[in-house]
Every structure is written in structure tokens, then in C-alpha cells.
Design a protein around this ligand. Structure first.
Ligand code: OAD
Length: 251
């Protein structure tokens, strides 16, 4: 473990943890861009993850998101989620910003998670945006590719859509502002399990680096450091994070 990273964690007054799909990979949730296993290697985002796709074929889109939601319901937080929850008790201030639409951080014990890309658990009406509260807890065995008609809005009867951010849509403004503000203020940012390809979320570590924070990338694919205080800790998050905690907080 690099001594500079361990020291930065021990000294941190405001730690920002920024996560992507890779943090949930060891819980069995597929990432988006990993070759072969990533969702976008097997499915076409233009047919599944845009408002136009939902308008054209709501049953296909709703069925696909229900399949994903059911997989998350059956998944458990992994050692990386748990290490992040534990970190909150180790530093004076921790902000957790995720691009993930699962709730595994919350289920591992993290409070106040900032979700930049929405949540699978917060559907709303496609027409009037009213929140929908009638999601089935568990379906039978999740089935890839099963079409399912979306439920109807309790207020206006419109089709209910997943509460996630689709391509071509803007991010929730308040969440984005909170994330950017924390990035400008933090002294250490751990970027965990993200390809850093989707904007504006990918600006979060860039803002932190620009404001002088130490930035550490935890990813099995080594990330080339962009500045003098930027480091790569190659490896799976569920292995690297517990090791980092142990190195920083156990004598
Ligand atoms: P990606 O699939 O683009 O990237 C996942 C990253 O996790 C890759 O860099 C992997 O190398 C890494 N990874 C895989 N297994 C890992 C492990 N065990 N530990 C640590 N890292 C691991 O996912 P995101 O960066 O989250 O947006 O993608 C960003 C956004 O693109 C998503 O939020 C989603 C997608 O389209 C929306 O749905 C709006």
C-alpha cells in the first residue's frame, strides 16, 4: 500500500468517495463497459435507456429495468460497500457520491448517499412525474429480456418509468451541485470502480484534483495518474478497500 495514500487517508478532514458500477461488481451486479460482461456489451442503450426508447416500447424497457431491479434485490453489499460505510466513522467528514442506481451503499450502512443517476427504487410517472409507490418487492426468478407492461400512475394513469437518468436527460440538479461542492472542498477523493467516461459525473474527481485534493483511483484497470497528487491502486474494490482501511487505521 502506498505510504502517501495511507497518510492522506489518516490526515483527511473531508473525504469524498465517488463510486461507479465496479463497486457493485463483486455483489454480482454487472458493470456497463467491461468487455463481455458489461451491460452495454450485451444490450443497446439506445433501445433501453432513453426517453424515446421508453415511449416507443415501454414493455421492453420496463421489463429490462425490472430484471435489473430484481437482481439488485437479491444481491448483498460486498466488502467494498462495507469498508466505505466504515470509513464514515474514521474521518471527520465523508461525502459519498455514486453513479449507481442500486441501494447497496445504503444497505451496507452508508447514510446520505448522493445518487447522480437516480435509483431503481424510485419510479415515477412518465407523463406527470408523480412518484409511484406500488413496486412489487420481489418477482419470481428475474428473467433477462422479459417484456413487462409498466404499472399505471396512481394520479394520472400515465405509464410509470424507472427513476434513473437516461441518456439525453439531465442529472438531478441538487445532487449534482452537492457533488460538485463537495469535490471542490474535499482534501481526498477515492474514485472507485468507474470508467470515468460519463459526463458530467466524471467531472467530480477532476474538480477535486483541480482544487488540490489527493485523488486515488481503485480499479482493476490501472488508471494513468493525471497529476502529482493522483494515484492508482489497481485491484478489485472489495480487496483493496479493506486493505487500505487496515493499513491506515490498524497499528
Ligand atoms: P462502467 O461500466 O463504465 O465502468 C466500471 C468500472 O469498474 C471499469 O473501469 C472497471 O474496470 C471497474 N471494475 C470492474 N470490476 C471492479 C471491481 N471489482 N472493483 C473495482 N472496479 C471494478 O461503469 P460506470 O463508470 O459506473 O449511467 O458508468 C457510468 C455510467 O454509465 C453509469 O452510471 C450508467 C452508464 O451508462 C447511466 O445509466 C446514466
Amino acid at each position: 500500500m502506498l505510504a502517501a495514500i495511507v497518510q492522506a487517508l489518516r490526515d483527511s478532514r473531508h473525504l469524498l468517495v465517488f463510486t461507479g458500477a465496479g463497486v457493485s461488481a463483486e455483489s454480482g451486479i454487472p458493470t456497463f463497459r467491461d468487455a463481455l460482461t458489461g451491460l452495454w456489451a450485451r444490450f443497446d442503450p439506445a433501445r433501453l435507456a432513453t426517453p424515446e426508447a421508453f415511449a416507443a416500447d415501454p414493455d421492453l424497457v420496463w421489463g429490462w429495468y425490472e430484471w435489473r431491479r430484481q437482481r439488485v434485490l437479491r444481491a448483498m453489499p460486498n466488502p467494498a460497500h462495507r469498508a466505505i460505510a466504515e470509513l464514515a466513522g474514521r474521518v471527520p467528514r465523508l461525502t459519498l457520491v455514486t453513479q449507481n442506481v442500486d441501494d447497496l451503499h445504503e444497505r451496507a450502512g452508508s447514510a446520505e448517499v448522493i445518487h447522480l443517476h437516480g435509483s431503481l427504487q424510485a419510479p415515477r410517472c412518465f407523463d406527470c412525474a408523480a412518484p409511484y409507490s406500488g413496486l412489487a418487492r420481489e418477482l419470481d426468478e428475474p428473467e433477462e429480456g422479459r417484456r413487462l407492461p409498466p404499472p399505471r400512475c396512481e394520479r394520472c394513469g400515465g405509464p410509470v418509468r424507472p427513476g434513473v437518468v437516461w441518456f439525453g436527460e439531465s442529472m438531478p440538479e441538487a445532487a449534482l451541485q452537492q457533488a460538485f461542492a463537495a469535490a471542490a472542498e474535499c482534501d481526498l477523493l477515492l474514485s472507485i470502480g468507474t470508467s470515468g467516461l460519463v459526463y458530467p459525473a466524471a467531472q467530480v474527481p477532476q474538480i477535486a484534483a483541480r482544487h488540490g485534493a489527493c485523488v486515488v483511483h481503485i480499479n482493476p484497470q490501472p488508471v494513468a495518474p493525471g497529476g502529482p497528487r493522483e494515484y492508482s491502486l489497481p485491484g478489485a474494490a472489495g480487496v483493496v478497500l479493506p486493505q487500505l482501511l487496515q493499513a491506515a487505521f490498524t497499528d
